[in-house]
Write a protein that binds this ligand. Structure first.
Ligand SMILES: [Zn+2]
Length: 308
C-alpha cells in the first residue's frame, strides 16, 4: 500500500456518504412532491430531521447539525396591548421597510401552497417562531384550510393581491381597491375573524396609489429589508440563502422568504439554519395584527373586517 492510500480511501468514503445524503434528500423532495398533504410534510421533515436531533440530521455542509437550545425569550415588544410599530420613512412609496422595533420579522410570500406551506409552518412550530404570511387570494380560495392552519399557529396575515399582479400598482384606483378587497374577503371566508393588517405589493413594485389603497383598507404597506432572492432561477443552494439572511439581518429587519410560487425546498431547508441562527441573535416575532389603524393616517373611516 503506497503512502497516502488510506487518506484517499477515507475521502472516497466521505464522498460516498455525501452522495448518499444527496440521494436521500432528493428522494425526500420527490416524495413530498408526489404524495402531497400532511403525510408528505412528515416525510419531507423526516428527511431533514423531525425533531432536529436525529442522527440522520445533516446540514448543508454534510456535518451533523445538532440544534442548540433555544435562547431565553425576551418580553414581546410589539403585539396586542403593546404600542404600535414606530413610524419609519424609508420604504418605497411610503411602505414599511423595518419592524420599527428591535424585533426581526420573517415574512413568507406567495402561499398558501399545499406542498410548502405545511412544511414551513411545521418548521416555525418546531422552533417556536411566529411569522407573517403574505397570501395570494386565488390560492386562499383554493386552500382555505392552510390559512386556518397558519392562523391557528399564531402567525399573522398579509394580503398579497388576488393573482400576484405585478402591475397592480399601476392600475386604476378602483381596480386596486377591488383586488385588495376581494383578497381580504377570501381570507376572511377562510379564517373568519383573522386580521389582515398588511398588504405587500407583488414584486415590491410599489406606487403611491397602491400604498394609498392599502391604507384606505386599514392595511400597512409592507416592504422588506432583507431579500435573499430564494425564488430566483437557478435556485440558490440552501446554504447560500441562509448565509445571505444571516449576514444581512439587523435589529428591526423584515426578512422576505417564500413558501409558494415554485419549488421552495431550498427555502425550507435553509430555515433549518436560518431559524436557530437568527434566534441566537435576535428576538423573532410576527408583525403584530391590528397596528397602524386607519386613524393613524388621518382617515376617519370604519376599519375593514380584518382589523376588528
Ligand atoms: Zn410575491
Amino acid at each position: 500500500m503506497s503512502a497516502g492510500a488510506r487518506p484517499r480511501k477515507a475521502s472516497r468514503g466521505l464522498l460516498a456518504v455525501l452522495a448518499l445524503v444527496v440521494v436521500v434528500l432528493g428522494a425526500g423532495f420527490l416524495l413530498g412532491r408526489v404524495s402531497g398533504g400532511l403525510g408528505a410534510t412528515q416525510a419531507w421533515l423526516s428527511r431533514v430531521g423531525p425533531d432536529g436531533h436525529g442522527e440522520d440530521v445533516v446540514d448543508v455542509g454534510g456535518r451533523p447539525a445538532a440544534l442548540p437550545p433555544l435562547p431565553p425569550r425576551a418580553e414581546p415588544i410589539t403585539g396586542p396591548g403593546r404600542p404600535p410599530l414606530a413610524p419609519q420613512r424609508f420604504g418605497p412609496a411610503g411602505s414599511r421597510y423595518t419592524t420599527g422595533t428591535p424585533e426581526v420579522a420573517l415574512t413568507f410570500d406567495d402561499g398558501p401552497d399545499p406542498t410548502w406551506t405545511p412544511i414551513v409552518v411545521a418548521l416555525l412550530h418546531e422552533y417556536r417562531v411566529k411569522a407573517t404570511f403574505c397570501l395570494i387570494g386565488a390560492s386562499v380560495a383554493k386552500y382555505p384550510q392552510l390559512v386556518r392552519d397558519i392562523v391557528a399557529e399564531g402567525h399573522t396575515l398579509c394580503n398579497h393581491s388576488w393573482s400576484h399582479d405585478l402591475k397592480l400598482g399601476q392600475r386604476e384606483p378602483d381596480h386596486i381597491l377591488a383586488d385588495l378587497r376581494r383578497t381580504n374577503r377570501a381570507i376572511q371566508a377562510a379564517a373568519p375573524g383573522a386580521r389582515v393588517s398588511y398588504f405587500r405589493q407583488p414584486g415590491g413594485v410599489w406606487t403611491k396609489e397602491v400604498v394609498a389603497a392599502a391604507r384606505e383598507l386599514g392595511m400597512t404597506a409592507l416592504h422588506w429589508q432583507v431579500d435573499p432572492k430564494d425564488w430566483v432561477l437557478p435556485l440558490k443552494r440552501p446554504a447560500e440563502i441562509a448565509a445571505f439572511v444571516d449576514a444581512a439581518t439587523r435589529d428591526g429587519s423584515i426578512v422576505l422568504l417564500h413558501d409558494g410560487g415554485g419549488d421552495r425546498g431550498g427555502t425550507a431547508m435553509a430555515l433549518r439554519t436560518i431559524l436557530p441562527t437568527l434566534l441566537a441573535r435576535f428576538h423573532l416575532a410576527a408583525l403584530p395584527p391590528g397596528v397602524d389603524p386607519p386613524r393613524r393616517f388621518g382617515l376617519d373611516r370604519p376599519e375593514h373586517p380584518g382589523q376588528r
